[in-house]
Design a protein around this ligand. Structure first.
Ligand SMILES: [Fe+2]
Length: 237
């Protein structure tokens, strides 16, 4: 035997980043703008208002978040991992920001395992009013992963693995960027009645502006007929 070596097999990872203070300030401005029913003391939400206002839509009004964060993160992801899905369309597509929202989570609130509609999903932690390392010790064994953000994914053997982010105030201003197909969980916190404030959003393919053919050698006319879009004999330009 000569030179045994480990060969890593590819899988899709995630990107983490710290947002600039100016970007964090911009997001806080939007959170307060789009929670008109909420009562704030500085960056602490003391009352969300109506129950249905605990999740609220946000608009990136000045496109600052898109231009300074989302576009560079998307480019970084493609550079690091490529496209996290198989192409099932005839043409390349631009990416577009499809949804952006915030959540005001009280103690006991959680999100069970789920994925998103889109290509990329992100989460920004703006206010984490608890320390995850403390949360799990309050009733040891009965609150595992309390307050954590967890990704669940198959490894190269098909077994499920999980990656946990134990959150606390140190996570404020951090962003996680990952494929929308990646399953994730948000576990509840219990040690404070203060709201945990996180933002999330999805980036998808822009279907109104496709660009060049992915496979230029394909016979587009016959491909279109196979898809049932055009009747036989109809010319396809
Ligand atoms: Fe989610």
């Amino acid at each position: 035997m000569k030179n045994p070596k480990a060969v890593d097999l590819p899988n899709f990872g995630v990107l983490e980043c710290d947002l600039e203070q100016s970007e964090i300030d911009y997001l806080w401005e939007k959170v307060k703008k789009y929670t008109p029913e909420a009562t704030w003391e500085g960056n602490t939400c003391v009352d969300a208002g109506k129950m249905e206002d605990k999740q609220f839509a946000i608009n990136d009004d000045e496109n600052i978040f898109t231009e300074k964060v989302l576009i560079p993160m998307t480019e970084n992801y493609f550079s690091a991992y490529g496209t996290p899905f198989k192409h099932k369309s005839s043409h390349f597509h631009q990416m577009t920001f499809s949804r952006f929202w915030g959540r005001l989570s009280k103690d006991g609130d959680y999100q069970s395992i789920h994925d998103h509609q889109g290509v990329f999903t992100f989460v920004v932690w703006l206010r984490i009013p608890f320390e995850g390392k403390v949360e799990r010790k309050i009733q040891p064994g009965f609150r595992p992963e309390a307050g954590d953000f967890v990704l669940v994914y198959p490894d190269t053997c098909g077994a499920l693995q999980k990656r946990t982010w134990v959150l606390g105030p140190g996570a404020e201003g951090k962003m996680l960027f990952f494929p929308s197909d990646l399953n994730h969980i948000v576990y509840p916190h219990y040690s404070t009645e203060e709201y945990r404030i996180s933002l999330a959003g999805d980036i998808c393919l822009n279907s109104i502006m496709p660009s060049g053919l992915i496979n230029p050698s394909a016979d587009f006319a016959s491909m279109a007929m196979h898809q049932g879009i055009y009747k036989t004999g109809q010319s396809v330009s």
